[in-house]
Unconditional design. Structure first.
Length: 177
């Protein structure tokens, strides 16, 4: 199982809403769900964000690591607003399951990769989508611009600084398993 950063500087991508500075091609529209609001709603210094990364053959949009846990962040590629009911994510009156399942699978894959690296943490799944806010099973659904506030107040499992560094190293560098 391999984990590797995708092409481009993730920090530069997070700073520039249009994608990597100097690139002629704009970033896909769904990246603005997290990249543009990140300028206004930034994480404190002890938090780190990596991504996008390739985990187990699947692209994970972001991995957020902080004092209260590891978060596997999936961006909903559909720009239409969604609503959240007690047991479903709805778009246009129809139940939408794909983004929720993708978020769950991303967190599961990240957990397997971290376990293979000897790191026993549970990555909390987060789905960033327009219009919805709340908890759907184990998936935290947040609107754009609210990611930092949500992970900051999440009552997660506390991680020491050394554990956070190991998680980031496992996500940012190729791993062999």
């Amino acid at each position: 199982m391999q984990v590797r950063p995708l092409d481009g500087d993730p920090e530069a991508t997070a700073r520039a809403p249009g994608g990597v500075p100097g690139a002629d091609v704009a970033a896909p529209p769904f990246l603005t769900l997290i990249d543009a609001p990140a300028r206004q709603d930034h994480l404190p210094d002890e938090w780190a964000m990596a991504g996008p990364v390739l985990i187990a053959g699947r692209t994970l949009d972001r991995v957020v690591v902080g004092p209260n846990g590891v978060f596997a962040v999936t961006l909903d590629p559909d720009p239409r607003p969604a609503t959240l009911t007690g047991d479903a994510l709805l778009r246009g009156g129809r139940r939408v399951i794909t983004p929720v399942k993708v978020a769950q699978a991303a967190a599961f894959d990240l957990r397997r990769v971290l376990a293979a690296a000897g790191i026993d943490v549970f990555p909390y799944p987060v789905l960033v989508t327009r219009g919805a806010d709340g908890l759907l099973g184990r998936v935290r659904v947040v609107p754009p611009g609210c990611l930092a506030a949500e992970v900051w107040r999440h009552p997660g499992y506390p991680l020491r600084r050394s554990q956070r560094a190991r998680v980031l190293a496992a996500v940012q560098h190729p791993a062999t398993a």
